[in-house]
Design a protein around this ligand. Structure first.
Ligand code: PAF
Length: 298
């Protein structure tokens, strides 16, 4: 397949690296415009802590115009601009896959006529320094169709290509439910770890129980108004499992705050607050976190 990865962050380079290992894949990377001179090489530290340098193929206009698959791995607040910058050049046959945290970033992309999919990953990775990514934890990928149509052949080719590159991967029919589960987990772990400057696992300490419970209850109420059903014990259990499995990780929001980057809070707790307003639901815990993280950012 001809594949263009958009974004040189941790997830972008993780997919670039694994897809480019197979000779049959023609993979190139589209970097952000602010990178004036993208390097010709990148470094990858694998799960066994071996670091190697590899050559980097940058995406040309022709690569985009011929792409079968575009994998957009930018932050939620960069999605719109990223799509705007390539849309005029996208072939009708291209499939666009989005891999960002949070929800709401795809709501005004109606002008995108290509099929749009969501790819949710629990693989752990981080940027050690620009163009050096470290694979810190083995995870699982869920892929699902958001809108548009796929032929069976294209769906199978795409799923196999991605699954072989970075297992495990499942094509799921209920991607919206999976997005909501990830959103719920991000709504708790990300702002609290950023605010208290703690590793994910520290959230399991009993002093955070009250705020975690409040957040879960608010998210369940808002999700239910949107037709998504969660059960408290189950959601709490899944959340605790992610905190445990990523115990020593620095969440993406905490990393953004520590590195003075804009956070995705508007697409995480901000998304819940907006929906709560629409449904006239009170979500004081989410509102408080939204304001506090925004204050950290400024
Ligand atoms: O955003 C993140 O950091 C991750 O989605 C998660 C699951 C919270 C683990 O750190």
């Amino acid at each position: 397949m001809r594949i263009v990865i958009v974004g040189q962050g941790a997830i972008g380079l993780l997919w670039y690296h694994h897809l480019a290992r197979t000779a049959a894949n023609r993979v190139s990377l589209l970097c952000s415009k602010r990178i004036e001179n993208p390097p010709k090489k990148y470094s990858f530290t694998d799960i066994n802590n071996h670091s190697t340098e590899f050559s980097l193929k940058l995406a040309s206009d022709t690569a985009i115009a011929e792409a079968d698959l575009i994998i957009v791995c930018v932050k939620s607040y960069q999605v719109k601009d990223a799509i705007k910058s390539i849309q005029h050049n996208l072939p009708a046959k291209a499939i666009v896959i989005f891999c960002h945290n949070g929800m709401g970033a795809l709501e005004n992309l109606a002008s995108l006529t290509q099929p749009a999919l969501v790819l949710l990953t629990t693989h752990g990775c981080k940027v050690e320094k620009p163009f050096h990514v470290v694979h810190t934890g083995i995870g699982h990928n869920n892929l699902g169709l958001l809108y548009g149509q796929l032929t069976t052949t294209i769906k199978e080719t795409m799923t196999t290509t991605l699954e072989q590159a970075l297992p495990s991967l499942l094509f799921v029919d209920n991607i919206q439910e999976k997005q909501w589960l990830k959103l719920a987990i991000n709504c708790v772990i990300n702002p609290l770890t950023a605010l208290y400057n703690i590793d994910n696992g520290q959230l399991l300490e009993s002093k955070y129980n009250e705020i975690v419970t409040e957040l879960i209850n608010e998210i369940i109420t808002v999700a239910s108004a949107e037709g998504i059903k969660f059960e408290f014990d189950n959601l709490q259990q899944q959340l605790r499992l992610v905190a445990k499995n990523t115990a020593n990780n620095c969440s993406s929001m905490r990393a953004d705050v520590l590195q003075n980057r804009k956070t995705e809070i508007d697409y995480i707790n901000g998304y819940i607050v907006n929906l709560a307003e629409k449904h006239k639901i009170c979500v004081p815990a989410n509102e408080k976190l939204l304001l506090k993280v925004k204050a950290l950012n400024s």
